[in-house]
Design a binder for this molecule. Structure first.
Ligand code: SF4
Length: 307
C-alpha cells in the first residue's frame, strides 16, 4: 500500500497527519542470485530506483542477513567493490529496515512468524557511521517489540573506524555489537588500503577502542582482510598482537574475495593459518571466516549491485 488514502482502517484525521509528515516508498526485489552454499544475494530497488544489496546466509544454528546503510560508499577501501561505485546517497531508516522485511518475506513467506534466530549485520554497502542517525533509528525500529523484535545483541554494526561516531555509539542505550575493519596494524599500509586512516589514525582509533565500554562477555571484533603479500606476514601478525594488547578483542580473518577490478590476491590458506597461530599464541582469539556466496558475488567486499 503506497497511498495513505487507501489505509481506510486508520481514521481520516490520522491519515491526513501521516500524509503531511511522511511518505511511503517501496523496496522491490530486482533480482535474487542463489549460491551453491545456500547464500542468496538480493539486488533491491529503492523508491527512487537506486540499487542496493542485501545478503541472506542460512546456517544450521542461526541465519544471518547482511544489510546496506548507504547507496554506494565514500570511504574507498581498496579491497572493496562497493568503493568503486562512489557514494550516491544515504538510506533512510525505513529503507534500511525494509531490506530485512523484504528478505524475510522472500525466504519464509509474508505470513511467517518472524524468526527470532536471525542475526543482522550492517556489513553490506556503505559506512554505517557516515549515516549515523538513520542507522540508529533503524536499529531502534528493528529492536522494538512492536517493530521486528530483533535483539540488539543479535545485530552487529561494522565501521571502517569513524572515531567520533564510535564514541557516540558507546553512549547509546540500545546498542548492537560493533566490528571494526582494521586490515593492518601499520599506519602506512592502512593509509593505502583504507584512506579513512589518513583522517582517523590508528592510535586515535585504538584509544577509542580502549575506552569503549564492554559487558563481561563482550569483546570488540576486529575484521582483517587477508591480502597476499600486503598485510599477511608474520611481522604483520606480531604487530597486530602488540596493537591490540590490553583490549578485550577478537579478530576475524577474512580471506580476500578477488575480483578482476581489484588489485589483490587472496592470501594462501597456509599463510592465513600461520597468521592465526601467531594471534592465538599472543592471546588474541582469532577466527577464519568462511567465504559465503563467492559464486554469486555476495561475499565480503564483492557487493557492487551487479546484475
Ligand atoms: S569496506 Fe565498507 S567502508 Fe570500505 S569501501 Fe567497502 S563498504 Fe565502504
Amino acid at each position: 500500500m503506497l497511498d495513505f488514502e487507501g489505509m481506510t482502517e486508520l481514521s481520516k484525521s490520522f491519515r491526513e497527519k501521516l500524509r503531511a509528515a511522511a511518505t511511503v516508498t517501496e523496496t522491490r526485489i530486482e533480482n535474487v542470485f542463489y549460491s551453491s552454499d545456500g547464500t542468496r544475494r538480493y539486488l533491491l530497488k529503492l523508491g527512487d530506483d537506486k540499487e542496493v544489496e542485501a545478503v541472506f546466509m542460512p546456517d544450521e544454528r542461526r541465519d544471518t542477513i547482511c544489510i546496506s546503510s548507504q547507496v554506494g560508499c565514500a570511504v574507498g577501501c581498496k579491497f572493496c567493490m562497493t568503493a568503486q561505485l562512489g557514494i550516491k546517497r544515504n538510506m533512510t531508516a525505513g529503507e534500511i529496515v525494509s531490506q530485512v522485511i523484504v528478505v524475510l518475506n522472500e525466504v519464509y513467506g509474508p505470513a511467517a512468524e518472524l524468526p527470532h534466530k536471525t542475526n543482522l549485520v550492517f556489513m553490506g554497502m556503505g559506512e554505517s557511521f557516515l549515516n549515523y542517525q538513520e542507522v540508529m533509528n533503524s536499529i531502534r525500529l528493528m529492536a522494538d517489540e512492536k517493530g521486528l523484535g530483533i535483539s540488539p545483541k543479535r545485530m552487529t554494526v561494522s565501521t571502517s573506524g569513524i572515531v567520533p561516531r564510535i564514541n557516540d555509539f558507546a553512549r547509546e542505550s540500545v546498542r548492537p555489537r560493533i566490528a571494526i575493519s582494521l586490515s593492518s596494524a601499520i599506519d602506512e599500509i592502512r593509509d593505502d588500503l583504507m584512506p579513512i586512516n589518513r583522517k582517523y589514525r590508528l592510535d586515535e582509533l585504538i584509544e577509542a577502542c580502549r575506552e569503549y565500554p564492554l559487558s563481561d562477555r563482550e569483546r570488540l571484533t576486529f575484521e582483517y582482510v587477508m591480502l597476499d603479500g600486503v598485510n599477511d606476514s608474520d611481522q604483520d601478525a606480531r604487530r597486530l598482537v602488540r596493537l591490540l594488547n590490553g583490549i578485550k578483542a577478537k579478530v576475524n580473518l577474512i580471506p580476500h574475495n578477488p575480483a578482476p577490478e581489484l588489485p589483490f590476491r587472496a592470501s594462501p590458506v597456509e599463510r592465513i593459518l600461520a597468521f592465526q597461530k601467531i594471534l592465538i599464541d599472543g592471546d588474541v582469539p582469532a577466527f577464519i571466516r568462511r567465504p559465503r556466496g563467492q559464486d554469486i558475488s555476495a561475499a565480503c567486499g564483492q557487493l557492487a549491485a551487479r546484475h
